[in-house]
Design a protein around this ligand. Structure first.
Ligand code: BG6
Length: 490
């Protein structure tokens, strides 16, 4: 069996809006997630808003808001992202713990609205730059290579209010102004960048919440995505100018599906679902052009892409340097009605009888990781980073402040083994930053109890707790894995 390459980037990942908190400090501008309440495995997170008559209302986060609606932070509601895990004030303590585990890479996101609070300003907010400079310097102190996500579900809300969000082409320039600003400012401190977290998630809404997937919603999604592809491509080009050593990657949610049966209709349906959910974005960002099946996907919603002369050249010039993706679970696709539903990270479809499921119904399928790594590498031949992977689970802090999370160790161990298998297959995997290396707010449900970390944070789903940090058993396990470069899996 192959070994991990000598300079393999072992590490962990977080996102600003889920961990920083300090949502209105030091000039940070508001984002849509600041208006989201907490949900659960059984109930959607909701957005709170005043309707056109000034009445307070709530709707599931992905639902289009009625005309005249104005999102608001309502008194008496709990908004988990406002405090997050208070990483904004505790980043030194947190990065020190990452250093103690031996992290080689730390993936975190910069919050656009900390740098440009409304999003369309000329001049950056110095306080925002100062915060990220400090974070980067802290990484440097522990020899941790930063992997910076430039956008993780956090477009400044000002751009939605003033310009209608990503359906407006103007956002490309605002985004590029922001990315150029931070890439130039930090050119001596960071060289690995990701342009948009899980860029495919905007079109997955269609499969996750079909009730909301009207033709208009999906047309907006494809058009917004076109603008994000262009923004990403321009950032790749600019990033290379700023520092030729910069490596800029895509970040795509690993939507991995199997046909539930060998019925050819299931196989075709699965192929089409993978094209829509996963390859569509990868093909544009890695190959620099829309794939042959794009028109078929658009036709389903009678969508016609609005593009401008020069767009094709931009996409072609801005191909990414590495393929970066998240992987949590797999799903099954079938044309047969009797199948039972399965869930996952944007993973819909039927339940797989051959894998186990976590408490949120996500399939735990390490072999799926080996499978998709091979598929990705044979399609693109680019270096790969697994930017997210992990087990969301309920942990118990014992009286002596321990967390015995053997279930998490088991999950991670099996995925590290799958990575090794994929290395033996010959793929070029250069890094692994597991998700939520420190417990943080769940993006999907807003809960705190869905924990992924090696470090326990004392806070519950209602916002109680000291926010103190405690090492879980998985902390020591991962430390050994890193120290042995993936040989000692305990
Ligand atoms: C990915 C996101 O979709 O999955 C993260 O990039 C998110 O932001 C992670 O937290 C896990 O999902 P959840 O819903 O369990 O937080």
């Amino acid at each position: 069996m192959s070994k991990f390459p000598k300079d393999f980037f072992w590490g962990g990942a977080t996102a600003a809006n889920q961990c920083e908190g300090a949502y209105n400090e030091d000039g940070r501008g508001i984002i849509r997630n600041d208006f989201l309440t907490a949900g659960s495995a059984a109930s959607y997170r909701c957005i709170t808003f005043l309707d056109k008559n000034g009445k307070l209302q709530k709707l599931p986060f992905a639902a289009p808001l009625p005309e005249g609606a104005k999102p608001v932070i309502a008194e008496g509601e709990y908004y988990p992202n406002h405090i997050g895990i208070d990483h904004y004030h505790r980043y030194k303590e947190d990065i020190k713990l990452f250093g103690e585990m031996g992290f080689k890479m730390y993936r975190f996101s910069m919050s656009w609205s900390r740098i440009f609070p409304v999003g369309d300003e000329e001049e950056p907010n110095q306080k925002g730059l100062e915060f990220y400079r400090n974070v980067l310097l802290e990484c440097k102190k522990y020899n941790i290579e930063p992997l910076v996500t430039l956008h993780h579900f956090d477009t400044p809300y000002g751009l939605e209010e003033k310009y209608g969000g990503w359906t407006n082409r103007k956002l490309i320039d605002f985004y590029c102004h922001y990315t150029k600003t931070v890439m130039s400012e930090f050119k001596d401190l960071a060289k690995y960048w990701l342009t948009f977290n899980e860029i495919n998630n905007v079109i997955m809404i269609g499969e996750m919440m079909p009730a909301f997937a009207t033709k208009e919603v999906m047309a907006n999604a494809y058009q917004s995505l076109h603008h994000q592809f262009l923004a990403s491509a321009k950032t790749v080009v600019e990033g290379h100018k700023i520092n030729p050593e910069n490596k800029v990657g895509c970040m795509i949610a690993g939507i991995v599906s199997y046909p539930l049966t060998c019925d050819p209709a299931d196989v075709i349906k699965t192929q089409q679902s993978m094209q829509n959910g996963f390859w569509y974005c990868g093909d544009v960002q890695c190959r620099g052009a829309y794939p042959h099946y794009a028109k078929r996907l658009w036709d389903k919603y009678e969508f016609e892409l609005k593009s401008e002369p020069g767009d094709d050249e931009i996409l072609e010039a801005g191909k990414v340097d590495m393929f970066t993706f998240s992987y949590y679970s797999t799903g099954c696709i079938t044309t047969h009605k009797e199948a039972e539903d399965g869930k996952g990270n944007f993973q819909m479809g039927a339940k797989n009888p051959y894998v186990n499921y976590n408490e949120w119904g996500w399939a735990m399928d390490p072999s799926g990781l080996r499978y998709i790594l091979n598929e990705i590498y044979s399609r693109y031949q680019l270096p790969i980073i697994i930017a997210e992977n992990g087990l969301g689970a309920v942990d118990e802090l014992t009286e002596d402040k321990k967390v015995h999370d053997d279930y998490r160790i088991e999950y991670l161990r099996e995925h590290v083994k799958a990575m090794k298998d994929a290395l033996s297959d010959g793929i070029n995997l250069i890094g692994y930053t597991s998700w939520g290396c420190i417990d943080l707010i769940s993006a999907g449900t807003g809960e705190m109890k869905k924990r992924y970390g090696y470090i326990y944070v004392d806070r519950d789903s209602e916002g109680n707790g000291t926010l103190d940090r405690y090492k879980k058993d998985s902390f020591d396990w991962y430390k050994k894995v890193i120290a042995s470069n993936g040989e000692d899996l305990g």
